[in-house]
Ligand binder design. Structure first.
Ligand code: NAP
Length: 304
């Protein structure tokens, strides 16, 4: 059944909480069996995750990606480099991994230390091994609608919407945030024919954000700022996707912080028809899509 968002004034129930963890686990199970088939044919999908430095958030993201690799039965060629690694050293490692036929995917964990030019690094990764989908060749393919590895978080959001049968065709979608890794590619994906949404892309230069989000059937927040989306900014029955991951100091937690999204979850769930939690919404989907991109990169080598 296709469920419609934005069902208007009659909408009274609390939102369905979208379980990204469950959907991601189902996808990862399918990836594991496709991986096993590929391995039986002699190709073992392999990803190299490169981390420079010791940023605690990056360390935890890399750990999650490596756990997913091992769970899928893929090879892991990850490398952790010291904070003072030079740009030339990193470029040389990427060159080696580009040439290594047993490596199918290369991911450089962002952000990089300030002395390294992020663009230079991302552009150096071979587009065929760019499992993040950030290389300009792959972004260009996304723009013109050719097959290419799609950026993991935006792709994960679209898969999540489809898995919940949330109607995107003809829907008004608002994306808050215009980064190259989330907001812009998501706006492009949602406006492609297979999603068919009418998309508005907002940022800090947007005037009266509330007047725009209030009209939307689908609101996606990727601002990285708590309270970006409040209940009075959401139309009754809209679907709300929270990409934000914000660390809030919390002395009651062992880690000293808790994670929160961009959306006022408790208040917005009383207005929306669907909502993603943080954590447990978009995050797990990002990792599932990364595994999918790695598997597909390996599958393509078999086709050559
Ligand atoms: P980013 O590069 O910092 O971009 C944030 C964007 O939001 C910018 O375009 C900024 O506008 C806009 N923005 C910030 N505050 C705003 C406001 N109050 N109103 C309207 N627009 C606002 O961030 P990102 O890398 O896209 O990440 C966004 C958030 O998603 C972060 O919390 C990040 O941790 C999280 N994230 C989560 C996942 C996941 O898998 N769950 C993956 C990636 C990122 P300007 O361009 O005008 O500055």
């Amino acid at each position: 059944m296709i469920k419609r968002c934005g069902s208007g004034a009659g909408y009274t129930m609390s939102a369905v909480i979208i379980d990204g963890k469950k959907t991601a686990a189902e996808i990862r199970e399918r990836i594991a069996s496709r991986t096993a088939e590929l391995k039986a044919g002699g190709v073992v999908p392999c990803l190299a995750v490169i981390l420079v430095g010791n940023d605690p958030a990056s360390l935890s993201y890399v750990r999650a990606k490596r756990n997913a690799l091992s769970e899928a039965g893929m090879n892991d060629r990850s490398v952790q480099l010291p904070e003072n690694t030079s740009e030339a050293e990193l470029l040389s490692l990427i060159g080696e991994l580009n040439r290594d036929e047993s490596v199918h995917g290369i991911l450089v964990q962002l952000p990089l230390p300030k002395h390294i030019d992020e663009r230079k690094i991302l552009f150096a990764i071979s587009p065929e091994k760019d499992v993040d989908g950030f290389h300009p060749v792959n972004i260009g393919k996304l723009v013109i609608g050719c097959d290419a590895p799609l950026p993991c978080t935006p792709h994960g959001i679209v898969v999540l919407l489809k898995s919940m049968h949330i109607e995107t065709s003809g829907a008004r979608a608002v994306v808050v945030g215009r980064s190259n890794i989330v907001g812009k590619p998501l706006a492009l994906l949602l406006s492609r024919k297979d999603c068919n949404a009418t998309v508005t892309l907002c940022h800090t230069g947007t005037k009266d954000l509330k007047s725009i989000t209030k009209d939307a059937d689908i609101v996606v927040s990727a601002a990285g700022m708590p309270h970006t989306i409040r209940a009075d900014m959401v139309k009754k029955g809209a679907a709300v996707i929270d990409v934000g991951v914000n660390r809030i100091p919390d002395a009651s937690k062992k880690s000293g912080f808790r994670l929160t999204g961009d959306v006022d979850f408790d208040a917005v769930k009383e207005v929306a028809s669907y909502i993603t939690p943080v954590p447990g919404g978009v995050g797990p989907m990002t990792i599932a899509m990364l595994m999918q991109n790695t598997l597909e990169a390996a599958e393509r080598t078999r086709e050559c």
